[in-house]
Design a protein around this ligand. Structure first.
Ligand code: PAF
Length: 336
C-alpha cells in the first residue's frame, strides 16, 4: 500500500480532532444527555390569555425554560389560534401539535373511556372530583390516552357548567323544552340535553359565538368565566342558570410523539411542571369564578342562582345507562 503524503495525514488528524471537539461539546450538553438541541413545542387551547388555562400554561412554560436552561421552549397559542379543542386533540395523535389543554368532552372522540368524566351530576363536589382524577382512576384514564398517542400530563378544570340563553330563565327542566342549545361535541352531553327536552346542536366553540349571534341556537352551557370572557351578554344571552350540571374536567396533554422525542431528563421536567400547572389552574378557576359572576351581573345578565337541580338530575338518569364504560363509571361512583 502506497504511503499517504504527510500534509494529507495532518489534515485528516486536524479534522478528526475538530469533530471530536464538537461531539464532546454535545455530549456534555446542559442536560447531560448528550445534546444541546433546543426543543420548541407548540401548545394550543381555546380560551383567552387571561383565562386560567393560559396563565398556568405560560407559568409552566417559564419554569420549564428556566429549568432546562432554554432547551425546552413552550409557545402557548390561546383562542383556538392553532385549532379548536377537537382539532388540537387530533393534532396530538398525529404529532402535528405538541401540547394542549382542553376540556375533556371533545377528547372523548379520540379516547372513548373519557366519556365517564362528562356524565352530568357525577361528582359530589370539586374535592371528590380532584381525588378521583389524581388517584388510580385518573391514572387509568391516562393509560387509555397513551394508547391513542396522547400523554396525559395533569388534570385541571374548566369549572362547573351552567346554562345561558336569551329566551327565558331556566329554573326547571320544562323550561328547556324545545330550546336550541349549542353543546360540546360529546355524545354524553348530547344525550343529556335530549333527555332534558332541549334541541342540542354539537359544535366547536369557535362556531358557537356566531351561532348564538345569528340565532342558530338560543342557548349554550359553560362556566361563568367563559361567559364573562367571551361577553356572552353581547351574543343574545340574557339569563344564566346556575345548574352546575357538569364539573367540566380539563386536561394538560402532550403528543406521545413529541414526548418520545424529548431526552428523558427534559421529559421529567416537563411532566413535573405540568403537574404544578394543573393544580395552579384549578386554584385560579376557583378564585376567578365569583368575580366573573359579579361582572356578568354588572353587565345586566340575570343570574338564576337558586336552581333546584334534583328534577334535572332525575331527567338525566337514563344517560347513565348509555355510558359504554360502566365499570369505570361505577369505580368513580364508588370512590366518592
Ligand atoms: O364549551 C366548550 O367548548 C369549552 O367549554 C371551552 C369554552 C372551549 C373551554 O374548554
Amino acid at each position: 500500500m502506497k504511503a499517504k503524503p504527510f500534509y494529507i495525514v495532518l489534515i485528516g488528524l486536524l479534522l478528526a480532532l475538530f469533530s471530536t471537539a464538537c461531539s464532546s461539546d454535545d455530549a456534555e450538553g446542559s442536560n447531560g444527555e448528550g445534546n444541546d438541541k433546543v426543543y420548541t413545542l407548540e401548545a394550543g387551547h381555546s380560551l383567552p390569555d387571561d383565562h386560567p388555562y393560559h396563565i398556568a400554561f405560560e407559568n409552566m412554560a417559564d419554569r420549564v425554560e428556566e429549568r432546562t436552561d432554554g432547551q425546552v421552549v413552550i409557545e402557548v397559542y390561546p383562542n383556538s389560534e392553532i385549532g379548536a379543542e377537537r382539532e388540537l386533540t387530533e393534532g396530538m395523535t398525529l404529532g402535528t401539535v405538541d401540547m394542549v389543554v382542553s376540556s375533556t368532552a371533545p377528547v372523548t372522540n379520540f379516547v372513548p373511556e373519557l366519556e365517564v368524566l362528562d356524565v352530568p351530576f357525577l361528582f359530589k363536589n370539586r374535592e371528590s372530583a380532584v381525588n378521583v382524577l389524581e388517584g388510580k382512576i385518573g391514572d387509568k384514564l391516562f393509560d387509555k390516552m397513551e394508547e391513542k398517542g396522547i400523554i396525559g400530563l395533569s388534570w385541571g378544570e374548566n369549572g362547573y357548567r351552567h346554562i345561558t340563553n336569551g329566551v327565558h330563565p331556566i329554573e326547571k327542566p320544562a323550561d328547556l323544552e324545545g330550546l336550541k342549545i349549542r353543546t360540546q361535541e360529546n355524545d354524553i352531553h348530547l344525550a343529556a340535553f335530549e333527555a332534558l327536552g332541549a334541541q342540542p346542536t354539537p359544535m366547536a366553540w369557535t362556531e358557537a359565538l356566531t351561532a348564538l349571534q345569528q340565532g342558530v341556537v338560543d342557548a349554550q352551557e359553560n362556566p361563568a368565566i367563559v361567559a364573562d370572557q367571551f361577553s356572552l351578554y353581547e351574543s343574545n344571552q340574557t339569563y344564566m342558570s346556575l345548574t352546575g350540571h357538569v364539573y367540566s374536567v380539563a386536561v394538560y396533554m402532550m403528543s406521545k410523539q413529541t414526548y418520545e422525542e424529548l431526552p428523558e431528563d427534559l421529559r421529567k421536567i416537563v411532566v413535573e411542571e405540568a403537574q404544578k400547572a394543573g393544580a395552579e389552574e384549578r386554584e385560579l378557576i376557583v378564585e376567578m369564578e365569583q368575580e366573573s359572576l359579579t361582572k356578568l351581573k354588572e353587565q345586566g345578565m340575570e343570574i338564576i342562582e337558586e336552581v333546584d337541580t334534583e328534577p334535572f338530575q332525575k331527567k338525566v338518569e337514563p344517560v347513565y345507562e348509555q355510558v359504554e364504560h360502566q365499570d369505570l363509571l361505577q369505580e368513580i361512583r364508588d370512590a366518592q
